[in-house]
Ligand binder design. Structure first.
Ligand SMILES: [Zn+2]
Length: 141
């Protein structure tokens, strides 16, 4: 637990939240600053900053609950799509330093989008992709 962490405060009941799910490992609640209607956050009870800081059981539970909430958003909010999003690290737009999975229901013309770098439109060469793949394979244990 980190005393100044808003998610830890919510988990401990010291800060308000509108819960949609609670179990022994994770909780889920409405984002106070929703990107779209019904934007939810799935948060492990234990404090950990990054995705690799939680064990596989905890991270898999978070994604399992996110998957369930995505389906519920379709059924109850009329969402026609859902984005699951993890901001893992400050450079990846992590706003609260406590690992969480965003469940972002999507609606036609909801205003949410992604910005890609200019070179995105240019497919990479097989050699470049093979080099990167090899580096990643070589590092995985
Ligand atoms: Zn925390």
């Amino acid at each position: 637990m980190a005393d100044d962490c808003i998610f830890c405060q919510i988990v401990k009941g010291e800060a308000e939240a509108s819960f949609v799910h609670q179990d022994d490992t994770v909780v889920a609640f409405m984002d106070i600053q929703p990107i779209t209607h019904g934007h939810m956050l799935v948060v492990p009870r234990e404090h950990a900053v990054l995705m690799h800081d939680v064990n596989e059981t905890v991270s898999m539970r978070a994604f399992k609950v996110a998957r369930q909430l995505a389906e519920l958003a379709r059924q109850t909010l009329g969402a026609s799509g859902v984005n699951l999003f993890v901001a893992d690290g400050e450079v990846a737009f992590q706003d609260v330093p406590h690992f969480h999975v965003h469940v972002i229901p999507r609606y036609p013309n909801d205003g949410f989008g992604l910005t890609f770098p200019r070179e995105y439109t240019e497919p990479r060469t097989r050699a470049e992709l093979d080099t990167i793949a090899s580096a990643i394979r070589g590092a995985s244990g």
